[in-house]
Ligand binder design. Sequence first.
Ligand SMILES: *Cc1c(COP(=O)(O)O)cnc(C)c1O
Length: 393
Amino acid sequence: MSAVRAEIVVDLDAIEANVRHLASVAGPAAMMTVVKADGYGHGMVPVARAARRAGATWLGAAALEEALALREAGDTGRILTWLTVPGEDLTPGVRADLDLTAYSVEEVAQVRAAARAAGRPARLQLKVDTGLSRGGASRADWPQVVAAALEAQAADEVRLTGMWSHLACADDPDHPANAAQEEVFAWAVRVAEEAGARFEVRHLANSAAALVRPSARWDLVRCGIAAYGLSPDPALGTAADLGLRPAMTVRTHLAMVKPVAAGESVSYGHTWTAPRDTVLGLVPLGYGDGIPRHASSGPDGAGAPVWVNGHRVPVRGRICMDQFVVELGDPAHGGVAARPGDEVVLFGPGDRGEPSAQDWADVVGTIGYEIVTRMRGRQQRRYVGARVEEDTR
Ligand SMILES: *Cc1c(COP(=O)(O)O)cnc(C)c1O
């Protein structure tokens, strides 16, 4: 038994293998590993180092601060960022030689101002909205955004390095939006190139498209979730079907084990009542650590599964801020024999039969992305892998 209360174990070899696999599937398209949101909860800098080693010539981050933190950690490769806010000073991004993204004429102006302040041209990519209706230039605005960028380039304030878009339904390969968005993207490429733009990279694919949609790969694929070893959607296959290995394991130890009698109710609100004499285990993690409260037991009486001593046992009652309760059952009647201090695995790669992040997502009614990304709290993060010293120095 370790003295660590709870930990998130991140397997950097798995990340490296996943990135290599994705690069081989999507090649000759170049590989961007998306490390936003602290590397989907895995720790941005170690993930970035493992990804670089596996051939990610690009890293992707949503916010400028994320990309600047990568530079501070010593990363010298290409990094794209894509979510500027009005009034944000992009000068540090130009100085750090990041590839910035503009969605509008106003954002092109913001980048130009930063380039003047930095005394050097900014690397700039343009995003076109091909149908996600989130960020990016609308089709109507696209020609003006391209013109503004070309003007900035003529003034030697930007180097136009790429253009890109993002798919709404890539995890549903038969959805008609995929082909429709590809068509709009091809149109936007034509408009820009006919206006005189020459791009190093034109890109559209996230993990799902990189894996199953060759027509979306263009010059570069932007892979997040698959790099962490999760399937973008069960409809595409399991992680193993896709050649991926989940990198995150969340584990702790039973804080207490105790019997309750039939008729006793468990946790806040007494939403679960023991239908038999049974044994409960107390798990010292809760929503304060990112464990979703929606993993509490539902009307059928079973919450998310955890693994104890070779068996999966269910959450009973409500998940609390710091703790939750599982039913081990009475070992004399088929329950799991367990003692305080025994290991509890919430989810992991599945080698020992433990649940996956996808299993948790299914219970909670969300996606694996959210389960891994929200794991931040009092757990200690521990990295494993052959090159762990290099990756975490
Ligand atoms: C998060 C993100 C990705 C990665 O998506 P996955 O489905 O995790 O591969 C790619 N591109 C953009 C713009 C993103 O915001």
